[in-house]
Design a protein around this ligand. Structure first.
Ligand code: SF4
Length: 474
């Protein structure tokens, strides 16, 4: 399965993303006052979002960042990212909106003037949806020197093979396009430049390659790594759960060769046999990645206050200490010694809106989308001519029900125009059980869409003034 940040804006089978790319299912249950897109299952996947949820619940610092390549009309499908950002800002996030003009220029060939024009459109909607420019930050990649310096440093931590594996680049890919991926990675880490903090990047699934690249880079930019360990020798990550389970009730009693006799995985068994009669004991390992000696010594001193520390040349093993506290101490010392201390960026993913004409919603196909600047009457007409998940005849629909799961009109309700959850649910149920027919359903959606646009466009008009008064430079 390929995910292309510059091409794929539809996904055939979302479940494959969990298996093939290690995206976790989004758990809405412990999100404080969840956004409707979360409650309705439109946000479906995440990476490490627990870090952000915890910060939100505990009132600790966290950040949110997302943005757009300014390369086409802003449509209703795009509003999800903007709403997700505003929602995080309203819950205390230090919030950033990126105008990815370097990327648009290198990957899409957009002129700087076009970038500026589209950027203005996007920012107006961001402000119209409630973004507070006094508390948040909007920047253009091409104007941000710190960002470009960070991108340069990130470039020292990656190579062509890695970019090729993640993005499928080849010998024909221009260097500017490759460089733009590092700029994206720098964007993702930018909120942590002054101070490390959990940071969420809300995006469409097509942007996940940038997250995969950046999570690896965030680790490599650290002076220290913190991992779980059970012996003086290393155990592969994929085998740790087996050892963790075995050691849970036998900490310090079971030897490596004794455990080797009970495990099924041959590779793990060989590893354990080579460990001989060393007893297995849970510990937290702090690995130095080129950390200066003073930082290494300072980490050891600080950790001795948390538990017993066994020093090695390149790492420290800490016993009887809470891993989260170890990570916190290590990060603090790293930052004090001039390191970045980055948290791996968290992310979550929403489903794409289907185009009104079926297939993918595309900025370059006006009939497939409703642009935020469409005249409300034109938007209504587009909804009335949309494809649906309805049956051939009204009779058949009454008998068998429609298919809201395969209907762009139902998506309009669920993603944008439903009055509340109960309304979205009612449309779904009435469609599926045959009570609702497509003509009336589209007409209701068309009216709601026109109302939504009128309101949004009014808010955009008011936002023009806010934009002029703010220090946002486009
Ligand atoms: S009744 Fe509404 S939701 Fe159901 S298929 Fe028709 S347009 Fe779609």
């Amino acid at each position: 399965m390929d995910i292309d940040p510059w091409g794929s804006d539809s996904v055939d089978d979302y479940s494959k993303l969990f298996d093939e790319f290690g995206i976790d299912e989004f758990d809405v249950s412990d999100v404080p006052e969840p956004l409707d897109l979360m409650r309705r299952g439109i946000i479906f996947g995440e990476r490490d979002y627990d870090l952000v949820k915890e910060a939100m619940r505990e009132g600790e610092e966290f950040a949110a960042l997302s943005g757009f390549m300014p390369s086409g009309n802003l449509h209703l499908g795009h509003l999800m990212v903007l709403r997700e950002l505003v929602w995080h800002q309203q819950r205390g996030a230090d919030t950033y909106f990126v105008v990815a003009d370097l990327e648009a220029h290198s990957a899409r060939g957009m002129s700087w003037e076009e970038c500026e024009r589209y950027a203005r459109e996007y920012v107006l909607s961001l402000l119209a949806l409630g973004f507070d420019p006094e508390k948040g930050t909007v920047y253009r990649q091409s104007d941000n020197d710190e960002l470009r310096d960070l991108a340069f440093e990130l470039g020292e931590q990656t190579n062509f093979n890695e970019l090729n594996a993640i993005y499928g680049f080849d010998g024909e890919t221009n260097i500017g396009h490759m460089q733009s991926t590092l700029t994206q990675a720098a964007d993702i880490l930018y909120p942590q430049l002054d101070e490390p903090k959990p940071t969420v990047i809300p995006v469409g699934t097509d942007q996940d390659p940038h997250l995969r690249l950046t999570r690896g880079l965030a680790r490599r930019m650290r002076m220290f790594g913190v991992t779980e360990a059970y012996a003086s020798f290393e155990i592969e990550d994929e085998h740790k759960s087996v050892v963790r389970e075995a050691v849970k009730d036998t900490d310090g009693e079971l030897t490596a060769e004794e455990l080797a006799e009970t495990v099924e995985d041959e590779e793990l068994a060989d590893r354990l046999r080579a460990g001989g009669d060393e007893t297995l004991r849970a510990r937290t390992r702090v690995l130095s990645r080129d950390a200066p000696d003073e930082a290494f010594d300072a980490v050891r001193d600080e950790l001795e206050a948390l538990g017993s520390v066994e020093p090695f040349d390149e790492h420290l093993d800490v016993y009887d200490a809470d891993r989260e506290r170890v990570e916190k101490v290590v990060r603090e010392v790293e930052v004090e010694h001039g390191g970045y201390g980055f948290y791996p960026p968290s992310s979550f993913y929403h489903r794409f809106m289907t185009g009104l004409t079926g297939g993918k919603m595309s900025s370059s196909v006006p009939k497939s989308h409703i642009a935020v600047t469409d005249e409300p009457e034109d938007a209504s007409e587009k909804v009335m001519s949309a494809t649906t998940g309805g049956r051939e005849t009204a009779e058949e629909q009454r008998e068998k029900g429609g298919d809201p799961d395969d209907c762009p009109v139902y998506e309009l309700y669920a993603y944008t125009v439903a009055k509340d959850d109960e309304h979205a649910e009612r449309v779904y149920e009435e469609c599926a059980n045959g009570e609702r027919l497509c003509g009336g359903c589209k007409s209701e959606a068309a009216d709601l869409t026109a109302d939504f646009l009128e309101e949004h466009q009014e808010a955009r008009d008011e936002a023009r003034e806010t934009l002029e008064e703010s220090d946002i430079e486009l």
